[in-house]
Design a protein around this ligand. Sequence first.
Ligand SMILES: *[C@@H]1O[C@H](CO)[C@@H](O)[C@H](O)[C@H]1NC(C)=O
Ligand SMILES: *[C@@H]1O[C@H](CO)[C@@H](O)[C@H](O)[C@H]1NC(C)=O
Ligand SMILES: *[C@@H]1O[C@H](CO)[C@@H](O)[C@H](O)[C@H]1NC(C)=O
Ligand SMILES: *[C@@H]1O[C@H](CO)[C@@H](O)[C@H](O)[C@H]1NC(C)=O
Ligand SMILES: *[C@@H]1O[C@H](CO)[C@@H](O)[C@H](O)[C@H]1NC(C)=O
Ligand SMILES: *[C@@H]1O[C@H](CO)[C@@H](O)[C@H](O)[C@H]1NC(C)=O
Length: 494
Amino acid sequence: MSSRNLHSTLLVLSLFFSLSIADDRAILSKLSASLTSSPSGWTGTSYCQWTGIKCDSSNRVTSINLASKSLSGTLPAELSQLSQLKTLALQRNSLSGTLPSFANLTTLQELFLDSNNFTSVPRDFLLGLTNLRTLSISDNSNLSPWKIPDYLSESTDLGTFAASNSGIFGTIPDIFDSFQNFQNLRLSYNNLNGVLPKTFWGSGIQNLWLNSQAIGLSGSIDVLSSMPQLSQVWLFANAFTGPVPDLSKCLNLFDLQLRDNHFTGILPPSLTELPKLINISLQNNKLQGQFPEFKSGVNATLGDTNSFCRSSAGPCDPQVNVLLAVAGALSYPISLAEAWTGNDACAKWTFVTCDSRGKSVRTLNFAKQHFSGTISPALSNLTSLQNLLLSDNNLTGSIPESLTTLDQLVALDVSNNNLTGPVPSFAPTVKITANGNSFIGKDVDSEDGNGKKSGSGSDDGVQLSDNVASMERSTWSVTATIVITVLLMFMRVC
Ligand SMILES: *[C@@H]1O[C@H](CO)[C@@H](O)[C@H](O)[C@H]1NC(C)=O
Ligand SMILES: *[C@@H]1O[C@H](CO)[C@@H](O)[C@H](O)[C@H]1NC(C)=O
Ligand SMILES: *[C@@H]1O[C@H](CO)[C@@H](O)[C@H](O)[C@H]1NC(C)=O
Ligand SMILES: *[C@@H]1O[C@H](CO)[C@@H](O)[C@H](O)[C@H]1NC(C)=O
Ligand SMILES: *[C@@H]1O[C@H](CO)[C@@H](O)[C@H](O)[C@H]1NC(C)=O
Ligand SMILES: *[C@@H]1O[C@H](CO)[C@@H](O)[C@H](O)[C@H]1NC(C)=O
């Protein structure tokens, strides 16, 4: 390289640096001017000495910290041109107006904007922030509605996304498999709807605050059982349904707030054994089964609007347990959870009719209830059952073999469902109605038949038919061996 070329290169380089420095100074001046009054301590020519400013060795601004400085006014769009900025902390002021876009500011790691009065978020607000670790924008209650952008998946180092009470609507995007080290998700007091994202599965989330949504998040919370790092889970005041999953892998969970939802079903026994649990709320749901007994020292709020079989500890009546297993195979429909309260199934439980002594269930009639799920093999424990009427639902799986042991059974109606597999052989006295099940009697892959998805343990039906199948297989192979041996002997003779 000639000295002339070198000279001009150096000139361009130094020009570039002085330009950038001039830019950083100019941008801070813009910021100062757009605030209602200049931050105190922002005087003198060396802006790197101004209060709250940090620079690198080339006098490029790397950090602005003006938290709790009683600032009002707006932020200039040029802020994102501070191309070495790592931290911007403006929380707890009275800043307002549209937020600037920080798009492509790849140095940015921390952005604290919480407790202000901003009014809108630009579409490309956080686009391309490949080094972002923390975004905190909670308590900006005048923000016009915005959604959590899908492009946030590019911020693979993101560890904290805190945006409670900040005008968010829509669903939580299913992007949590993009983050290596995600820990804190705070989205309380917004207008989120939809279900928990599947990619929560296996994520490292420790603090999950999704409580108090305007209409509410819905669906099941099963994914929590695969989030072993959870320590604090606030899901109260939503529209979640289904049972509380087994959380026995969540060894650090100390605070679980599930109140004010539509949870149903039996609590997993492991819930009362969680080693770190100190705070749990379950009131205002429709939880069923045995009343849970937490260890002393646990602050448990259970309320009196759940559907536990008793209002204090103690086992449920055996017949109640069977009916709960039946409900479990249907994923604990809310209609059953609301109607089946108390510890006596013969005390006018909906769909249930008992004998004249009011002791044993004679008829169970679920016709036309829009139930989906399977037929529980535990029904065979209702030994006085005469009529089992399940027509016009959306039941899958097969008719459990165990039902053939019900020796009082008179009528079994499963018409107009989506059952598969063979009809077991009942006594000739049983009237079976099974029309309107296009796959019944046909050999459908056992993957989705045979009640394998049923919530209850015993599965006699499958066992029996598997046994029959394997007996058939072994008979067949014995026959084949004999035939081959005979053939071989015959060939040798010839
Ligand atoms: C950010 O980068 C993307 C992709 O390179 C580009 O399309 C977009 O215009 C950039 N936005 C800004 C504000 O620089
Ligand atoms: C926030 O801004 C709105 C106008 O957009 C104003 O009415 C309200 O008083 C402000 N609140 C605070 C706490 O500054
Ligand atoms: C327990 O729950 C209550 C009510 O939500 C809350 O105020 C309190 O901070 C919680 N305590 C702990 C230790 O988590
Ligand atoms: C049904 O009876 C079997 C055999 O007695 C028992 O193992 C099972 O726990 C019972 N199921 C229910 C839900 O009561
Ligand atoms: C039946 O259940 C299947 C699978 O759960 C569902 O896709 C379908 O919409 C249901 N049909 C009715 C009529 O409820
Ligand atoms: C019935 O089940 C079959 C196979 O499992 C499924 O393809 C079909 O969509 C189901 N029909 C209804 C109405 O749920």
